[in-house]
Design a protein around this ligand. Sequence first.
Ligand code: ATP
Length: 138
Amino acid sequence: VERTLALIKPDAVHKSDEIEEIILQHGFTILQKRRMHMTPEQTSDFYAEHYGKMFFPSLVAYMSSGPTLAIVLAKQSAITYWRQLIGPTNTQKARDQAPESLRAIYGTDSTKNSLHGSDSYSSAEREIHFFFPDSIVE
Ligand code: ATP
């Protein structure tokens, strides 16, 4: 069983009950959950790899605009499965190529894409630790 970090970003938090239903329907176990209004500093830290990119300021403004729901999901191949379920980063691309995906349903544009999923084992571990620093590392 693998763990991944899912974020329900500020633009989709008002739909979090509905999204959690879908998560459970797909057979994920919700291990931990935390609501957190990220500061611009925390957002910059979380997305440090994108520092200096054109979209970085709007990404920071978006992610610190309201509370985010961080959820640790567990399932076999959770990382790949969750990224498949949320779909492409860009909402329009998600609508064109994966209309059933969660970003196609809940996203607004290329920045406001409503959801996040860790992209590898090492980012999952780093990101889980970011939101749940006290959680036990297996
Ligand atoms: P990852 O790249 O780690 O697989 P991801 O699909 O969420 O994850 P990233 O490329 O990491 O996308 O970008 C992080 C976030 O920054 C995106 O989820 C989106 O909100 C925003 N973003 C990414 N690329 C762009 C872009 N070209 N224009 C505007 N916003 C963007």
